[in-house]
Every structure is written in structure tokens, then in C-alpha cells.
Design a protein around this ligand. Sequence first.
Ligand SMILES: [Zn+2]
Length: 258
Amino acid sequence: MAELSDTIVFLGTAGARFVVARQFLASGGAWLSLGDTQILFDPGPGCLVQTAKRKLDPTELEAIILSHKHLDHSGDINIMIEAMTDGGTKKRGTVFAPGDALNQDPVILSYLQSYPQSIQVLTEGGSYVINDVSFKAPIRHKHPVETYGFIFQTPRHTFSWITDTRYFDGLAGHYKGNLLVINVVRLNPGAPIDHLSLPEAKSIIEELKPKMAILTHFGMTMWRAKPWELAEKLSEETGISVIAARDGLKFDLAQLEG
Ligand SMILES: [Zn+2]
């Protein structure tokens, strides 16, 4: 019998409007294959195309998790709900989303809201279960719409994903895990934009000391500065193995044991 593994496939690494609008990088979110459980995370524009291209079968999904309603995270959520439910013919899967993605100016169309087996509204401090995987939304982020990051626990690994947010004191402390995935849109901090910058990501990594960190969700300034070189520099500076995600990267969490 094959041993169960946990993998993350990056269906996109684009963050923020310009990189997404021009598709300098793909923006399909991520496919989490955690043992026997398939989860789609933040299905941005192009997610459907990326899953087809990578031969991932949406009818195998158990859940779709949305961190927040911004289009670069939610653009393909409706078509992915339709795909998960075999065109709405099979009531299956769970959708997890913040309340404001469902109610005010909903990004999940109301006629589709009856397709999944259930829709669960994410709340600050909430814990959720999908088969033998559990995840938490420890704290509401500072972002223009209701936004959460997550800590995932599988029988084999714990990893956290810090999604879009402005930096705030105490942010890092909520996200302890062996692996940290972190959305780093900006190269430099400053302007009034509610996104993390590279120096902020560095201090979060230094505080959390995960076994490994993966940078993703790059805006123009990060992309122009070559994220893989920035990641290498961060590794040298922090002593923690940091890599930059690439479109299509399949990361096996077994690498954390190496
Ligand atoms: Zn956002």
C-alpha cells in the first residue's frame, strides 16, 4: 500500500491586480492533496484552466476554501463549484468562505449556493474539519474585506498559510507550523496598501522559525526583483530554508523531514 503524502500544487503565484490582469504569472490558487483529501484553495482567475492543464480532477475535491473575496483569489470560484459538483448534478463537497463573500455583493453566485453539500462560514478563531484534515482560521487579517489565514493539520504535518494582510503586531504568533506559506505582494513596505512586504515576511519567518517557508502571491515589485533570488538571500540571512513558489510547483511536505 502506498504511503499517504501531503502535497501542495501551486496553480498560480500571482498576487495583486497588475500581475494577475496581465497573467505575467498564473493566478489559480493552490491544490492541496492531503492524504486522500483534495482541497482547492483560493481559486483565482484561470484556476479551471490550470487544473485541467495539470490533470487535476475537480470532481475529486472535498472542499474549496476561500480566504477572502478579492478577485485574484475568487475569480474562478463559481466555475470550480460547478466543476466539483459535476455541473451541479451531484450535491457534494464543502465550501468554506468568509460571510461577506456570500452575503454582501456575493462572489459566490446565489444560484450555486445550493450545489455543494454545505457552505461553512469562516469566523475568527474557527476550527473546521474535512475528513482527517482539520484547519483553523486563527485571526481576522487587516485587509479591506473579511480575510483569514489558516493553519492546516494533517495526520502527518502542520502547515500554515498567511494570506493577504497588512502587517500587525502579533500576526506571526498565530501561525506556528512546520511549513509556512506566505503571500508576499510587495518588495518594500510603506504605501497604504494592505499587503505584506518582503522585510515584513522576513521578520515573520524569523519569529516563527518554521522548518521551511515558501513565498508566493507576487506583485510587480517582487516579480521584477526575481523571487527565487530574494528567497535565497532570505535563507542566508535567516538560516531557515526559504523558497519562492513557481507556477506549477508541486511541493511534497515530506521534504520537511529531510
Ligand atoms: Zn486581497
